[in-house]
Design a protein around this ligand. Structure first.
Ligand SMILES: *[C@@H]1O[C@H](CO)[C@@H](O)[C@H](O)[C@H]1NC(C)=O
Ligand SMILES: *[C@@H]1O[C@H](CO)[C@@H](O)[C@H](O)[C@H]1NC(C)=O
Ligand SMILES: *[C@@H]1O[C@H](CO)[C@@H](O)[C@H](O)[C@H]1NC(C)=O
Length: 372
C-alpha cells in the first residue's frame, strides 16, 4: 500500500488552499476558502447536514478522505461492504473540491445511511447526536484494521497498577477496534468504585466515543465545567444498586466516580438537552457557557495530565423536541474563520456568536496533552 501513497499525496496538494488566500480580507477570503459548500435539505435532513459539516471540518478526518487513505483501509478489510465510507469520502471530497460554492446534494450518502440504519429512513426529524454515533460506528466498521479473531480470553489485570491496567485494556480494545475513527474520536474513561466498609477501590476502564453531559440545574447560565463536574461527581450506589465489593465479597454501599484516563484527539461533548426518555417538549434551553479556546480538562483527568482543547465545530438545535432545526458552526481548518452552515446556505460569522443556548453537540480538538 505504501507505494500508492505519493500519488494520493500529490492529488491532495492541489486541494489545499494556497498560503496566499490566508492573508486576504474576509470578503475575498470567503471566495477563495474551500469547504464553504452547503448541503441541500432532502426533507428534514438538517440533522444529517449539521453533523456532516462538523465532520467535514474535522481536519484529520477530512484529510483521510481527501488523500483517499480510507481506500487502503477498505482494501485490507474484508468484513464489511464499503459503501458508507466510500460515499462519506466522496461527499467530503466534493465539499472540499467543488469550484463553485453551490450547495451539493447528499442523496447518495443518505441512500447508504438508510441501508445501514433503516431507522434513518424516510424524512423524519432525527437526533443529531444519535446520528453522529451511528455514523462514526458505521464508518469505523468499514475501515477497521482490528482483527475479527482477536478474542483473547478475559485476563485478570487486577494485580496491576491502574496505569498498567488502563494500557492493557486499551491495547486489548485496539486488537479488535482499530481505525482512523478510533484514532481520532475514542478516549478512555476510568470508573473507580470505592467500598464504604473496607475502603477497597476497584477500577474499570472503558472506551468512550463521546461524553453525554448532564446540564447542571440553574435558573441562569451554567458553565461547561459545571456540566463536566456533574458528570464526574462522586455517586453513591446504595439500596438496590449496591455493587459487590471484591474484597468484602458482599454487596456494599459504594461510591463511584469517573475520570478521564485517555484524552481523545477529538472530544465530542453532547449536552443532554433532551430528557432521557425523550418525551415530548422537554428540552432544556439552559445557556451553557463553554470556552472556544483552551478548554482545560486537567481537573477531570485520572492522574496528573494536562489536556487543553480548542473548539472547532458546534451542532446547534433551535426549537423543541417536536420540531426544530439544526445548523452547524464550524471553524474552517484552513482559514481559521467561523462559518454558519444552514443546509444549503453558508455564511461567515463571528466567533463571539458561537455560544448560544442552542449549542447541542460540541467538537473540540486536542492541542496539548502532557503528563505533568
Ligand atoms: C436557515 O435558513 C432558513 C431558510 O432556508 C431560514 O428560514 C432560517 O431562519 C435560517 N436559520 C438560521 C438559524 O439561520
Ligand atoms: C443557534 O441558536 C440560536 C438560538 O439560541 C439562534 O439564535 C441562532 O440563529 C442559531 N444559529 C444558527 C446558525 O442556527
Ligand atoms: C503545552 O504544553 C507545554 C508543555 O507542557 C507547555 O510548555 C505549553 O505552554 C502548553 N501550551 C498551552 C497552550 O497550554
Amino acid at each position: 500500500p505504501s507505494s500508492v501513497m505519493p500519488i494520493h499525496r500529490l492529488v491532495f496538494i492541489s486541494f489545499l488552499p494556497t498560503k496566499h488566500s490566508l492573508s486576504l480580507s474576509p470578503s475575498q477570503n470567503s471566495k477563495n476558502t474551500q469547504g464553504l459548500v452547503g448541503l441541500r435539505n432532502l426533507g428534514n435532513t438538517c440533522f444529517m447536514n449539521s453533523i456532516l459539516q462538523c465532520l467535514s471540518n474535522t481536519h484529520d478526518l477530512r484529510d483521510y478522505c481527501l488523500r483517499n487513505t480510507h481506500r487502503i483501509d477498505l482494501n485490507n478489510n474484508c468484513r464489511a461492504k464499503a459503501a458508507l465510507m466510500e460515499e462519506f469520502a466522496k461527499l467530503t471530497q466534493t465539499l472540499w473540491t467543488t469550484a463553485s460554492n453551490e450547495a451539493v446534494s447528499p442523496s447518495d450518502f443518505k441512500t447508504q445511511v438508510q441501508k445501514y440504519a433503516p431507522r434513518f429512513m424516510g424524512y423524519n426529524q432525527q437526533d443529531a447526536q444519535e446520528f453522529l454515533r451511528f455514523l462514526l460506528d458505521g464508518l469505523h466498521n468499514e475501515v477497521n484494521r482490528g482483527s475479527l479473531r482477536a478474542r483473547t480470553p478475559v485476563e485478570d489485570f487486577d494485580h496491576l497498577s491502574d496505569d498498567e491496567k488502563a494500557k492493557r485494556m486499551w491495547n486489548k480494545y485496539l486488537e479488535r477496534e482499530d481505525s482512523k475513527v478510533v484514532d481520532l474520536f475514542v478516549g478512555q474513561l476510568k470508573s473507580s468504585l470505592t467500598c464504604s466498609e473496607c475502603g477497597f477501590c476497584s477500577t474499570v476502564f472503558d472506551p468512550f466515543w463521546d461524553l453525554s453531559l448532564p446540564i447542571a440545574k440553574s435558573s441562569g447560565e451554567v458553565t461547561l465545567n459545571d456540566c463536566l463536574r456533574l458528570f464526574t461527581k462522586e455517586d453513591v450506589l446504595d439500596g438496590n444498586e449496591k455493587p459487590t465489593c471484591q474484597r468484602c465479597k458482599a454487596k456494599r454501599k459504594c461510591t463511584k466516580k469517573f475520570t478521564i484516563q485517555k484524552f481523545p484527539k477529538v472530544l465530542v461533548l453532547h449536552l443532554k438537552r433532551f430528557s432521557e426518555a425523550r418525551v415530548k417538549t422537554a428540552k432544556l434551553s439552559t445557556f451553557v457557557n463553554f470556552p472556544i479556546k483552551e478548554l482545560d480538562l486537567r481537573q477531570f483527568a485520572s492522574d496528573n495530565m494536562n489536556a487543553i482543547y480548542n473548539l472547532y465545530a458546534v451542532s446547534n438545535h433551535t426549537g423543541t423536541t417536536l420540531g426544530g432545526h439544526y445548523t452547524a458552526y464550524c471553524r474552517n481548518p484552513s482559514s481559521g474563520e467561523w462559518y454558519t452552515y444552514n443546509d444549503s446556505r453558508v455564511s461567515p460569522m463571528s466567533s463571539s456568536q458561537v455560544r448560544s443556548s442552542d449549542a447541542y453537540v460540541l467538537f473540540y480538538e486536542l492541542t496539548n496533552c502532557s503528563r505533568m
